[in-house]
Write a protein that binds this ligand. Structure first.
Ligand code: PEP
Ligand code: MN
Length: 376
């Protein structure tokens, strides 16, 4: 059960005290209070944990300061929408807003290789006005003989270069809890010239210890990538692990699912789940067209499959795009054949702009249609 308080209620005031006193008569129920900063207001919510079937909803509903009482039927207590809750669970990091209305493009190489390549990438991003990057230092590889990433040794110069070119956030995969510490240390040593969004990759989508590790810290937001063989429900439960540890600054990412039916693509593109995730949760939703498609194949209309997949996600309302670029894909140490080149950057950004505008027009059209129905 979740008790949503009216917006002006002080979490230390008399209404909250009265509510907690009343709840104290149910000894098997634990309470957790949390303040959620939405786009327009802060809402305080009280979570009741334990067997709540004997807690009278009507009595609580009538108590002063209570806006709404929601019985949680689904498992996603913290990240889910439960009918009456706030519109969304957004957050601001490094001065950038992430929510179900925003759109940010995170671009960069699969794996960090040389300072020269990283600098070319950042310089081009600055040229087109993108301040959010993706970059792998710790790489989970299918074969133990493949390049495993430079690890913490590359962090100092990556962060320094990011600062030089005004990059505000880098999405970076972590494989173990110690990597979070290494990133934090390297950022501090460099004077925090940039920020990091911790990425939980598809291969660790049910690594519950890692989920708890990224969830139990508050400094970095988390980009959770759907498990390539997991249902939406399993992936949302994994996000709930992160949130239940205390960190709700989560973006959930669709990156395609493993299926022979996706051939010739590397994965079956699952971007129709963008609106589904926005309906089921209050999290911003990301798409990863690169790992979904996994090739540079081009359709007869002149557009790369990666461009088409990106457009599908954005026109369905995606809030973030993770896309691989490399200045010299033939030299990339990981995923070169699917990386876009610097020459494709401007075309990609222009294409994104077209589809985002189309999405915004579709959204406006839908709200006009609803209004018309209501006034008819
Ligand atoms: C990546 O984004 O670099 C990556 C390895 O993606 P995924 O975990 O989706 O395979
Ligand atoms: Mn990759």
């Amino acid at each position: 059960m979740i008790i949503i308080l009216k917006p002006d209620i002080d979490p230390n005031g008399p209404e909250m005290t009265a509510l907690l006193d009343y709840l104290a008569q149910f000894p098997d129920i634990q309470t957790r209070i949390s303040g959620i900063r939405g786009t327009s207001r802060v809402v305080n919510e009280v979570y009741l944990i334990g067997p709540t079937h004997h807690v009278p909803q009507d009595t609580i509903q009538r108590m002063p300061g209570v806006e709404k009482v929601v019985r949680v039927s689904s498992k996603y207590r913290q990240i889910g929408r439960h009918g009456g809750q706030m519109n969304e669970l957004g957050f601001t990091y490094q001065g950038i807003q992430f929510n179900q209305d925003s759109l940010h493009i995170f671009m960069g190489p699969c794996a960090v290789d040389t300072p020269e390549h990283v600098e070319i990438m950042f310089r081009n991003m600055q040229r087109v006005g993108v301040t959010t990057a993706r970059m792998g230092a710790y790489k989970p590889r299918t074969s133990p003989y493949d390049f495993q990433g430079h690890g913490k040794t590359c962090l100092p110069w990556v962060f320094e270069l990011a600062g030089k070119y005004g990059i505000k956030v880098i999405a970076m995969e972590v494989l173990r809890a110690v990597h979070i510490e290494e990133i934090k240390e390297a950022l501090d040593d460099a004077g925090n010239p940039t920020g990091v969004m911790l990425q939980v990759g598809t291969r660790n989508a049910q690594n519950f210890e890692l989920l708890k590790a990224v969830g139990s810290q508050q400094e970095f937001p988390v980009l959770y990538k759907r498990g390539m063989g997991l249902s939406i429900e399993e992936s949302l439960n994994a996000c709930e692990y992160i949130a239940s540890e205390g960190n709700r600054n989560i973006v959930i990412c669709l990156r395609g699912i493993k299926s022979r039916l996706g051939d010739p693509h590397r994965n079956l593109v699952d971007f129709m789940h963008v609106p589904v995730l926005k309906r089921l949760t209050r999290l911003p939703v990301c798409i990863d067209p690169t790992h979904s498609v996994g090739s540079k194949d081009r359709a007869p209309d002149g557009l790369l499959d990666i461009f088409h997949a990106t457009a599908q996600g954005i026109i369905a309302g995606a809030n973030m795009v993770l896309v691989e670029f490399h200045p010299r894909p033939e030299l990339a140490l990981c995923d070169g054949p699917q990386a876009l080149t610097m020459q494709e950057l401007d075309h990609f950004m222009a294409d994104v702009e077209i589809t985002r505008k189309a999405y915004e027009e579709r959204k406006a059209l839908a709200s006009r249609a609803v209004l018309k129905e209501m006034t008819a």
